[in-house]
Design a protein around this ligand. Sequence first.
Ligand code: FAD
Ligand code: NAP
Length: 316
Amino acid sequence: MSEILDLVIVGGGPAGLTAGLYASRGGLKNVVMFEKSVFGGQITKSSEIENYPGAIEVITGLELMEKWPEQAARFGVREEFAGVKRVSKSKDDLFDIMLDDNTLLRAKSVIICTGSNPKKSGIEGEDEFYGRGVSYCATCDGFFYKNKEVAVLGGGDAALEEALFLANICSKVYLIHRRDEFRASPATVQRVEKNSKIELVLNSTGKKIYGDISGVNGLIVTDKNGVERDLKVPGIFVFVGMKVNHEVLLQEDGSFLCEMSKNGEVVVDLDMKTSLNGLFAAGDIRIDAAKQVVCAAGDGATAAINVISYLESLHE
Ligand code: FAD
Ligand code: NAP
């Protein structure tokens, strides 16, 4: 049987990286973090961030996160590129961590920091044209539409901020929202309303994305009176919210390892403890998360500090 780790952190976004930093700097020697995609998490897909304390200039998410993995690794966290398939608890009170390639590890404690991923809009053609005109990342794909017209779907912070980013590159941005009031912060709404390259298409929903073998040719939207409009755009950016990544907690019998909310988020207390001893959760994955980088980082630090106390209590 392999070594028993003190702590496994699942997910290398702001919550996971901060948990790793605090756990290792707090004296834990045997800490491994698993990240299946990009160390830095979902914020690396954001084209601008201006609300992280201390970061006065507007910077990209990638720039913000660039040094976080290096800082955590400096204190001894082992950062591994691998997906975790499942976390479960064995009879001897240790955790079994099964990786996507079926490697099995054992740990005394686990912090779940798996965050969230973009939701799909459900519009006909969204899956068919994903990667061929339909995108969930303006920073990644915006440049393909330089001086072209694009559509953005959604009315939250992500949709409006990314519409502003795209307006700097594209000739025109149609911002399609199903209501006439935005969920985004008032300051961002004001910037959007002042931007002459953004046309608001309100009280409207996407009906169909159409195109051909070379990609998207347009999007048909319907307003609340049923009137259709054909927007002939080659690019459609979807920002209609996020869904939490809780799959690692799903057990073979279909139950979850710990208590979950009705929306599928992990229930935690103020120490980021779940209903199961030794299991913690931090960041977007937890109930009532403010879904901000600074909050995810704070959660990660809180979880790590309480993991250290938990491991100490095992020796008492
Ligand atoms: P995430 O950042 O989602 O990181 C989770 C990580 O876990 C991911 O890297 C994922 O690959 C990994 N993972 C998931 N499942 C597994 C698994 N099974 N095995 C291994 N790894 C796994 N917040 C702000 O404060 N300011 C902003 O301006 C801002 N702008 C945003 C713009 C956009 C477009 C988006 C999408 C979000 C924005 N946010 C912003 C929100 C912010 O990005 C999140 O609140 C924050 O990233 C949450 O951090 P996290 O560590 O909880 O999760
Ligand atoms: P969000 O705040 O949940 O907004 C989702 C938007 O999409 C809403 O306007 C919603 O409409 C719309 N929508 C949902 N499903 C739809 C569908 N099927 N078809 C059409 N429209 C649909 O999501 P988000 O903008 O991705 O933000 C997620 C979290 O990250 C939020 O907590 C946000 O504050 C945070 N975030 C923060 C920043 C920042 O601080 N600068 C930046 C980005 C994200 P309704 O309004 O009608 O429900």
